[in-house]
Design a binder for this molecule. Sequence first.
Ligand code: SAM
Ligand code: SF4
Ligand code: SF4
Length: 353
Amino acid sequence: MNTNVNKEPGARSQEPAGRVEDTLGRPLHDLRISVTDRCNFRCTYCMPKEIFGREYQFLDRREILSFEEISRLTRVFVDQGVEKVRLTGGEPTLRRGLPKLVAMLSEIESVKDLTLTTNGSRLAELARELKEAGLDRVTVSLDSLDDAVFRAMNDVDFPVSRVLAGIDEAARVGLTPVKVNMVVKRGVNEHTVVDFARHFKGSGHIARFIEYMDVGNSNGWRLDDVVTAAQIVEMIDLEMPLEPLEPQYRGEVAGRYRYRDGSGEIGVIASVSQPFCGDCTRARISADGRLYTCLFGVIGHDLRKLLRSGKTDEEIAAFLERVWSRRTDRYSELRASETPGLPRKPEMSYIGG
Ligand code: SAM
Ligand code: SF4
Ligand code: SF4
C-alpha cells in the first residue's frame, strides 16, 4: 500500500491534488480528525487541571462521531482533494477500537498518508495493531527527556520511560519515521532542548520543536513564554552544527535542518514567529463533528447535523466546497494585531492539534 514515491519521509504521495481552493488560492489537502476530547494527561499548556478538573463536562458518547460517520466524512473530504489524514484528540488512543477506525480509513484509496498524533502513553501496547490496521506513521508528543520536567508538564506524573518505550515499539513495527514533538515553553523546558536534540540525533527519529501557541482560552499564553524557532535552532547549532533544508512540499509546516555531520534532521514549527498561513491547506474536524478551517477558528460548521439529518454525500460535499471556497483564515499572520476581547477560541484538546 505504501509506495513512498514522495519526498516527505514515510508519506505516501507528494503534491496537493486539491480540487477546491479558498479565497487565497489554498487547496484543501490535509484533514485532522479529533476522535475524542478526553485525555489522560493534563499538560499545563493544553488542558490545565484548574479548568479540566473533575467537574469538566467532556462530550457525551452520543455527541461524538461514530467510526462510520468519520469514515463517511473522510471519503467526502478525499473527493475534495484531501490526501493526508491525521487522527488526533484529546488523546486519540483513548478512543476504544481505534485500530478499527484506522482500518476503515486505510481502505480509502486516495488517502496517501494516514498518521496519528499521540502522547505515546498507550503506544507500546497499540503500535503493532495500528500498523497492521494500515497506519503509516506516528507523531509522538514528548515535552522533555528530563523526567521531573516532563512529569510536571504532563501534570499526571507520567514518566518519560513509558513514552520512550512507545516510540521504540512504533519504530520497531515500522510506523516510521517517528516524529517526536516538543512544545518549548520559556523557563519551563527550554533548558532541555539541546539534550532532547542530542538524544534523537542519529536515532532515525525526527525531533521537532514547536513554538508555544495561544490556542484556546485556558493556557494563559504570553508572548514572553515563546522561545522562537530561531532561538531553538541557535541553541542546538552551537553544540551540533546544523544547515537548513529546502521545504519538501507546499504547506509543510516544519522548517527543516540537517546536522552537518549527516546524522539526521530536526524540524522547527514557527507558528508564532514565522506564520505559515499562506500555505495552510488544513481542515480540522472536532470530536463532535464540527469543521474548523483554522486552528484558531471561532465558529465551527456542524457536519454532524448534516450527517444525522439524512443529507447525501453530494449535499455534504457541496457544503464543504462552499465553506472552503469562502475561507479567509490567516489568524497567525494577524495575531500581532489581535486585541483582548475577541470571541473565544476553541481549546486545542477539543479541536485537535
Ligand atoms: N494528545 C495528543 C498529543 O499530545 O500528541 C494529540 C493532541 S495534542 C492537542 C496535539 C499537539 O498539540 C501536541 O503535540 C501538543 O503538544 C500540541 N499543543 C497543545 N497545546 C499547544 C500549544 N498551546 N502550543 C503549541 N502546541 C500545543
Ligand atoms: Fe493531552 Fe495532548 Fe493536550 Fe497533552 S497536549 S493535554 S497529551 S491532548
Ligand atoms: Fe492555518 Fe489558521 Fe494556523 Fe494560519 S493560523 S496556519 S490559517 S491554522
